[in-house]
Design a protein around this ligand. Structure first.
Ligand SMILES: Cc1cc2nc3c(=O)[nH]c(=O)nc-3n(C[C@H](O)[C@H](O)[C@H](O)COP(=O)(O)OP(=O)(O)OC[C@H]3O[C@@H](n4cnc5c(N)ncnc54)[C@H](O)[C@@H]3O)c2cc1C
Length: 414
């Protein structure tokens, strides 16, 4: 039975009473998952994406003022999903990465030429990612999208899940063989289903902003470890003659309040004092936005008819730009298992399918969670022994080709 809904901003599809897959959250991860699944299954599965924020709204938390460093494997993901052509129009290649430690001599660098790769990765502004993903969702004849709408209730059925969806002025009950929860770090669905999210606050905030540099970035990304936390400068495409870059400046929670209260000129001065010579001087800074940083890991990621994806499954520190890249590898694996399950006539929500997905991705998830957590701990400490490890680490990365190779492979997500 079809329930007629007024056409919303992003879809004229009517709501059905059952879908094979309902994706809750149409942000970076939810939208990427839905589009890749549709591509791989040739639209043989019915998919509904429920998103809390209207398309094109500036309040969409996933497609905000941040930029995202995409690994080489994420570029391949988007190429397979048929989206890289549109993303590439505004992507800036990362050809080199320079890593240094404030106040110490050790530094390390990685270059794409050593790895015979076109680039180590790419930087994309989240707004552009959002435009490309939302346009693809809107143009899809087979994915239904409901926005703004939220799930007010969810409960397990014998096969799959039943959900109550609150739209602006109506409520609908629908069922799905599989609900993919991609609603970001705070998940009302997990709360309702009693799925715990184990959290650890880093007592750090990331201040992000676009900056202008005195000299051209030459497609180099800079990661600098300072006493209060890591600082990253990612190359961005030029705009009205400016050498633009994206800043992710991690500082203690207390210090972030002081920095956010400074004028632009004072912030530029404070930034130049920490950045070191590699990037050259910062000349301007745009609007600053502050994010509290936590490590959050869901106690369960799969249940019959349910899977958690993206930040709701694991939120990691942005120190190494790994969160979205990991979520795309999860997405790729889940889609592969759903396709394989379809060939075996297994329901998308069957535990056999979901467990096979989780078994394959657990090691990758653990590796990224542990790596980012240890990196934050190692590089945020002023203790002498940790400083020594850092220095030896940075020097040996530069001197030992195999170590450098491993780090580059990790950065490229391969
Ligand atoms: C400062 C910073 C820099 C980062 N840099 C990088 C990087 O360089 N590289 C990288 O790989 N990763 C990076 N990350 C991580 C990356 O941003 C996350 O991995 C990514 O945003 C996760 O996307 P998501 O879709 O899971 O969640 P979100 O981005 O939070 O999106 C959730 C979506 O669900 C919607 N929603 C929420 N609640 C509901 C509901 N109840 N019903 C319906 N919809 C709902 C929201 O409106 C939103 O659209 C960075 C993170 C930070 C904080």
């Amino acid at each position: 039975m079809l329930i007629d809904l007024p056409a919303n901003s992003s879809s004229a599809n009517s709501l059905k009473d059952h879908y094979d897959i309902i994706v809750v959250g149409g942000g970076l991860v939810g939208a990427s998952f839905a589009l890749h699944l549709q591509n791989e299954t040739g639209a043989t599965l019915s998919i509904l994406v429920v998103e809390a924020v209207a398309a094109g709204s500036q309040d969409q938390p996933s497609f905000d003022a941040r930029s995202t460093a995409l690994s080489w494997s994420s570029r391949e993901f988007f190429a397979r999903a048929g989206l890289w052509g549109a993303l590439d129009e505004e992507a800036t290649a990362i050809n080199d990465i320079h890593v240094s430690d404030q106040g110490r001599f050790g530094s390390a660098s990685l270059s794409h030429t050593e790895h015979r790769q076109e680039a180590l990765g790419y930087v994309l502004e989240n707004r552009h990612l959002g435009t490309v993903l939302n346009t693809a969702l809107e143009e899809s004849p087979t994915i239904a999208k409901l926005a703004p709408a939220q799930i007010s209730q969810i409960w397990p059925k014998q096969s799959g899940m039943e959900l109550t969806i609150d739209c602006q002025d109506s409520t609908h009950t629908v069922s799905a063989a599989l609900v993919v929860v991609a609603e970001g770090g705070r998940s009302p669905i997990c709360t309702q289903l009693g799925i715990e999210q184990q959290r650890k606050s880093y007592e750090q905030h990331a201040i992000i902003a676009n900056i202008a540099l005195e000299k051209a970035h030459n497609n180099q990304a800079i990661e600098r470890f300072t006493r209060s936390g890591p600082l990253a400068v990612l190359p961005l495409s030029g705009y009205t003659g400016l050498n633009r870059a994206s800043l992710v400046w991690t500082v203690d929670a207390a210090e972030s309040e002081q920095l956010m209260a400074l004028s632009d000129a004072e912030t530029v001065k404070a930034l130049n004092a920490r950045l070191g010579r590699q990037a050259g001087r910062v000349t301007q800074i745009g609007k600053r936005v502050c994010y509290p940083l936590t490590l959050s890991v869901a106690a369960e990621q799969v249940r019959p008819g349910l899977v958690l994806l993206g930040n709701v499954a694991h939120t990691v520190h942005p120190v190494a730009g790994q969160g979205f890249n990991l979520a795309l590898r999860d997405t790729e694996c889940l889609v592969n298992e759903l396709v394989a399950g379809q060939a075996r006539q297994e329901s998308p929500g069957s535990m056999a399918v979901l467990q096979r997905y989780l078994d394959q991705q657990t090691q990758d998830q653990q590796r990224v969670i542990t790596f980012t957590d240890q990196l934050v701990s190692l590089f945020s400490s002023a203790r002498t022994h940790k400083a020594l490890i850092r220095k030896l680490g940075l020097l040996s990365i530069d001197m030992i080709p195999t170590l450098r190779q491993q780090l580059a492979r990790s950065a490229m997500g391969v």
